[in-house]
Design a protein around this ligand. Structure first.
Ligand code: PA5
Length: 445
């Protein structure tokens, strides 16, 4: 089970910048309110909590067929429809494409250079395309889907649909309509599960199975973590405690939350967390800013700022207990004191020492930080991490008094794009864009 150590958030350990037990006690009624919203399922979007119980039979079947007949797996999606799958891929199958098939490409942008490069590498005859969009209308995803559809049609004519798997809403949207029209293979994202909370739905699970990961393990981990976070007592509930602490630090001006896993494979996990935290909490002038990072690499790039820069951050370390493999640092250059102190130690000893040292250095400087320990980077514990942070996010949103499940700001941008690209019903948005271009002309150098 992953654990949370919050000693370095406390005044007793880091001095005046920390929280006192009293302050946390006093916050209990507010934390309780947030807890009750979750327990009583006050929001339909809390359906992500039920994902551990889903039936994975169809996902496994589609994945088996994909592995049998594909050398390439191309995932088209953006935001919640891509960041979760990428976090799974990189955590559970590092350097996947250099070691295993099907080779996986996640195209989550509309940069023409990237799709050009992908199309140069993959053989479409041996490719399965998984198009993921809950709404079925996100411009980036549908544009890349249309490109792939045409390419496949050139090869397969009316049979093109057989090379696609659609992951989308069970009833609504353009993609569901196309599934009905062509009888395309498809998986369902439950209606009550929002994009950034969907990693443990078929959105992430199909890719997991395709790369050889048992999706059941991810779900088991998530189920156990959910159980752990259902504890009413704040002092026994790690998600409620962390949410309360980050909320309180935010109120005191520490509005930036750095996440720093000490594992290359979890770098994409921090990007997944960033979307979850930003899109869920940033609204109505409120919110907390996530800051993705990876240890030890960013100790040599960012740590200076966290140590001595503005007092506006809380650092969340993710420590890995067992890396599964290790490598001894050999006894070479024995006469050189600058090097020989490392000999006989292992890389995992070094990375853990680095992590602990950073925690300590920050604590000594009075900078709040906490440690989440992951026993190992496997499907079971990754499932726990996903569920843990989703619950922390929901709690924090409830504490802030905002809706952590919508993204009105993102929708606004989407509507301008629709206007510019000529979508029916968005003519007014197009006019707004044109007016804004006029205004900009005289300010251009
Ligand atoms: O969290 C969200 O809902 C968003 O980030 C979506 O995942 C993103 O906009 C993509 O949406 P869709 O899956 O509908 O294409």
């Amino acid at each position: 089970m992953i654990t949370l150590n919050f000693a370095n958030l406390m005044e007793e350990v880091i001095g005046k910048n920390g929280l006192t037990e009293r302050e946390i006690e006093d916050f209990k009624p507010e934390a309780q309110k947030a807890f009750q919203q979750l327990i009583q399922r006050k929001w339909k979007e809390l359906d992500f909590l039920d994902l551990p119980e889903q039936d994975t039979l169809k996902i496994k079947e589609i994945a088996r067929q994909t592995v049998d007949d594909s050398e390439y797996f191309l995932l088209l999606g953006i935001g919640g429809s891509a960041l979760g799958p990428r976090a799974i891929l990189e955590a559970l199958s590092p350097l996947h494409n250099l070691r295993r098939t099907p080779r996986v490409f996640i195209y989550d942008n509309v940069d023409p250079r990237t799709i050009d490069a992908i199309l140069e590498i993959i053989d479409l005859k041996k490719t399965t395309v998984n198009v993921i969009t809950k709404s079925g209308s996100t411009a980036e995803t549908v544009a890349s889907f249309m490109i792939l559809w045409e390419q496949m049609q050139k090869l397969y004519g009316e049979e093109a649909f057989k090379r696609f798997i659609a992951t989308t809403d069970p009833e609504k949207g353009n993609l569901r309509e196309i599934v009905r029209r062509y009888g395309m293979s498809s998986l369902e994202i439950p209606p009550g599960v929002g994009g950034r909370y969907s990693v443990l739905s078929p959105v992430g699970l199909l890719l997991a199975e395709v790369i050889g990961v048992d999706s059941k393990e991810l779900l088991l981990g998530a189920r156990d973590m959910r159980q752990r976070c259902m504890e009413e007592d704040l002092w026994k509930n790690p998600a409620l405690l962390l949410a309360s602490a980050l909320y309180k630090f935010g109120q005191a001006g520490r509005t930036i939350d750095v996440i720093i896993p000490y594992a290359d494979g979890l770098k994409s996990f921090s990007e997944w967390f960033c979307q979850l935290w930003s899109e869920s909490l940033g609204k109505l002038g409120l919110g907390l800013t996530p800051y993705p990072s990876v240890g030890t690499t960013d100790q040599h790039s960012q740590l200076q700022l966290w140590m001595e820069g503005p007092e506006d951050k809380v650092v969340l370390f993710i420590r890995v207990e067992d890396y599964g493999v290790d490598r001894k640092i050999p006894i070479v250059f024995e006469d050189m004191d600058g090097l020989n102190y490392l000999s006989g130690h292992s890389l995992s000893e070094l990375i853990k020492a680095e992590e602990e040292s950073s925690e300590l250095a920050l604590a000594k400087a009075g900078r709040p930080n906490a440690r989440i320990t992951v026993p190992s980077v496997d499907a079971y514990h990754l499932g726990q991490l996903f569920m843990f942070f989703e619950i922390v996010t929901a709690f924090t949103g409830f504490m802030l008094g905002i809706n952590p499940f919508n993204q009105p700001g993102v929708e606004e941008g989407k509507h301008f794009t629709y206007g510019m690209m000529g979508k029916k019903g968005f003519e007014e948005r197009r006019k707004e864009v044109e007016a804004s271009r006029e205004r900009k002309i005289c300010w251009t150098l």
